[in-house]
Design a protein around this ligand. Structure first.
Ligand code: ZN
Length: 376
């Protein structure tokens, strides 16, 4: 019964082939170009997206740097304020000391006056009172050895105090200068980081633009691809569909998945021999089941490193074997008996695969067969 159907199917296919090959081979060539272009776009997209990720990391680093500068600037400002406060208090100290020295000057003048009143040396008084300012007064006093030890000691101490405070003021002003220099440097560094960040953000916008454009182009190509596939699937003779098989065609083998269409035929493809047919999903949001094309025994079930990914081979007897590749998961084990239409896995893109599809091969006595001949 099956054999008869198979023979009829083959005859039908031969008749169909002569009618449809001129139509499909042109569309297929276009389709392959489109699919190749989409593959390039996909690669370009993934590279661009990687670049965007790198830039995002760099922007994050820049933000961290700017934050650090802000924190340092804040701490620096605080330090400057503290130094300014200290400068103020030291200046007050100097003022107080100057006042004290002024007072001491008055006391010494009075003492000199009383010395004269009590019959002291008039020349001595004249010399001292003739001083224009305190410094001259001190030097004149020092010159006249008649001054008492206590007086000399007092003046010396006051001079020392003033010197000390003035030195402290100098140090503080130096520190303030240093802090101001640090501040200027950080402001400059921060400015550089801000510019860098701006440039990175500009580049990011550019790349996002590029991604958007590539996505639009890919969408255009996808709809073109769908259109060509639709044309390939259009009724050619007697209202039958060549590429789209949504039901068991009643041939030697059953359609190995739910719905879908042949997205690539057997034969030379991109300089390589394509050993079977590819069946793609009609609805891109689903994960269609994969069915055993006929009764048989599972010969192989597992991951294949040669590019097939998750792969199942079923031996149907009489030298006929079918191969199912790229599945996302496998439902059967090696040695298991399966019946026609039984689910053996789920459509996927494991192994060397461009997008989710089923790669389906038919072997008869070890020789590759065109699966299409068996499905009709
Ligand atoms: Zn394939």
């Amino acid at each position: 019964m099956k054999k008869t159907l198979f023979v009829i199917g083959t005859i039908c296919l031969c008749m169909l082939s002569s009618l449809i090959i001129p139509h499909t081979s042109f569309a297929e060539k276009n389709l392959e170009d489109i699919q190749k272009e989409r593959k390039d776009i996909k690669e370009n997209l993934s590279a661009t997206e990687k670049e965007v990720t790198t830039i995002l990391t760099e922007i994050k680093e820049m933000n961290e740097e700017i934050e650090e500068y802000n924190a340092t600037l804040k701490a620096n400002k605080k330090a400057i304020k503290e130094v300014e406060k200290e400068i103020e208090s030291v200046e007050d100290e100097i003022d107080a000391l100057e006042k004290k020295i002024e007072e001491r000057f008055e006391i010494l003048k009075e003492r000199a006056q009383s010395y004269q009143t009590n019959g002291g040396d008039v020349g001595y008084l004249e010399v001292i009172l003739g001083a224009k300012d305190f410094n001259e007064f001190i030097s004149r006093l020092t010159a006249i050895t008649k001054i008492t030890d206590a007086d000399a000691e007092l003046i010396k101490e006051q001079e020392k105090d003033k010197e000390k405070v003035e030195k402290k003021l100098e140090e503080l002003e130096g520190l303030k200068k240093e802090l101001k220099a640090i501040e200027a440097n950080i402001v400059e560094q921060k400015e550089i980081s801000l510019h860098k960040k701006e440039a990175l953000e500009e580049k990011q916008t550019e790349l996002k633009d590029k991604v958007a454009k590539l996505e639009i182009k890919d969408e255009e190509l996808a709809s073109l691809e769908d259109k060509i596939l639709g044309e390939m699937a259009a009724p050619i003779s007697g209202g039958t569909s060549f590429a789209v098989q949504t039901v068991d065609g009643g041939g030697a083998l059953g359609w190995p998945t739910q719905g879908g269409y042949i997205s690539s035929h057997m034969g030379e493809r991109w300089g390589k021999m394509h050993k079977g047919i590819d069946i793609a999903r009609t609805d891109r949001s689903t994960s269609p089941p994969i069915f055993a094309a006929d009764d048989g025994t599972v010969e192989t079930a597992g991951f294949n490193n040669g590019g097939y990914g998750n792969m199942v081979i079923i031996n149907h007897g009489n030298g006929l074997k079918t191969l199912y590749a790229h599945m996302s998961s496998i439902n059967v084990r090696s040695g298991q008996t399966v019946s026609r239409g039984q689910q053996i896995g789920v459509m996927g893109e494991t192994g060397d695969s461009q997008g989710i599809h089923l790669h389906f091969e038919v072997h008869l006595n070890g020789a590759l067969q065109n699966p299409v001949s068996y499905l009709r």
